[in-house]
Design a protein around this ligand. Structure first.
Ligand SMILES: Cc1ncc(COP(=O)(O)O)c(C=O)c1O
Length: 394
């Protein structure tokens, strides 16, 4: 028998990753992941960019690189992603990461000691909860409503706990699809400054908007320089490339860089260079514009199916973008039990809501549905199957 360290013993396997394994069954229709549509990928463009990079700069592509990241990508991020959001950064404000997952992990490495209290939305991204579990943080949940995290509750909990870190997903939140309102974005920055707390603003879905007006990031109200903003190419170009970015003050970036040196030295150069070239060719705005109607159709189809097929007592969010809808059933309903029937008998998958809660005893009556990964036909069929699973349970 081997003896594991406490830090891995504390972490349970991700409920989403476990559901990914079910995907090996071709009959399953999955609303379980958080994946972009396969139909959104542009393999021909990626192939052409890759061939050009390997032809023109083979040594640079195949050699080790710097921990801070591929310089043309940091510059392209500043120009093509940050600037259109009204943000001005220098290269010293940016490092690239191996997906935003690593940005979360490095930020937690840099700011959370064992036992520290951290504040998160309730519910929140379960992979972040896993990282907090690994470092043995005391996770305190802040209430949400349709406008995202409730900043009155945030203020009260900052006051009561002395927490020094706030983790938020402000736009089309995972798992709820909710978006933090403009006023609350300002409030989060203000409260963090007042309490000397760091904010991790994890915003991988901000560019997947299908209706309504874009909102400025919390980072744009960050007069105190304590917001760490994470963006990712996963949902807008490809998750398999594993490229994300961190934007933070010139004081914070070097510490994250040291933490990254302990983790993976640097993010793979070729995927970073592909993302840089993609941005520099000006391809992103057109891609977002052309994929939005497809995603909107999927979102609208799923909302219509919830209305048509699911129990009338189900409450659900109606997001303007992103990839998730959050469903709440009356107290006493068990979404984990529904998952067993749904996957085994009706071949349809989703993620039960409990693992997205700081206290997994909460949210048993909730579930997350992903609408981006399946075609409208599959959504229609999958939701009919799900309605049968609901009927069997109720
Ligand atoms: C809120 C949130 N943050 C981070 C990530 C991780 O993204 P990446 O693929 O960039 O690691 C996800 C992916 O689902 C997410 O939903």
């Amino acid at each position: 028998m081997v003896q594991f360290a406490d830090r891995v013993n504390r972490v349970n396997p991700s409920a989403v990753r476990e559901i990914f394994k079910l995907m090996a069954d071709p009959e399953i229709i999955s609303f379980g992941g958080g994946s972009p549509a396969n139909e959104s990928f542009e393999p021909d463009i990626i192939k052409e960019i890759t061939a050009e990079l390997l032809t023109k700069q083979p040594d640079l592509m195949l050699q080790y690189g710097t921990t801070e990241g591929w310089t043309p990508l940091r510059d392209a991020y500043i120009e093509h992603i940050a600037k259109p959001k009204g943000l001005a950064f220098d290269r010293g404000n940016i490092i690239t990461t191996t997906g935003s997952t690593q940005g979360i992990s490095l930020s937690i490495d840099a700011f959370v000691n064992e036992g520290d209290t951290v504040l998160v939305e309730s519910p929140t991204f379960l992979a972040t909860l896993m990282v907090f579990a690994k470092v043995n943080a005391n996770v305190v949940a802040v209430d949400m409503d349709e406008d995202g995290m409730r900043t009155d509750d945030l203020a009260a909990k900052l006051e009561a706990t002395g927490a020094r870190l706030i983790y938020t997903i402000p736009t089309f939140q995972n798992p709820t699809g909710r978006t933090l309102s403009l006023e609350r974005r300002k409030d989060v920055a203000k409260l963090a400054a007042l309490h000397g707390a760091v904010v991790i603003e994890d915003d991988p879905y901000c560019d997947l908007r299908y209706s309504g007006e874009a909102l400025p990031p919390i980072k744009s109200f960050d007069d105190a320089d304590n917001v760490i903003m994470l963006n990712s190419f996963s949902k807008i170009v490809s998750p398999g490339l594993r490229v994300g970015t961190v934007a933070a003050s010139a004081e914070i970036i070097p510490k994250l860089t040291v933490a990254k040196q302990c983790s993976d030295t640097h993010t793979a150069i070729l995927p970073q260079a592909i993302c840089a070239e993609y941005l520099n060719r000006g391809l992103l705005p057109g891609h977002l514009k052309s994929t939005a109607p497809m995603y909107k159709e999927r979102l609208d189809t799923m909302l219509a199916c919830i209305e048509k097929y699911l129990p009338a007592e189900a409450e659900y969010t109606r997001p303007d973008g992103g990839v998730f809808i959050w469903l709440t059933m009356p107290d006493g309903f068990d979404a984990q039990e529904l998952l067993v029937t749904a996957t085994q008998k009706y071949k349809v998958a989703f993620v039960p809501g409990a693992p997205f809660h700081a206290d997994p005893a909460d949210g048993k009556n909730t579930l997350r549905l992903n609408f981006s990964g399946a075609t409208p036909d599959k959504i229609e069929e999958g939701m009919q199957r799900l309605s049968k699973a609901f009927a069997a349970q109720l």
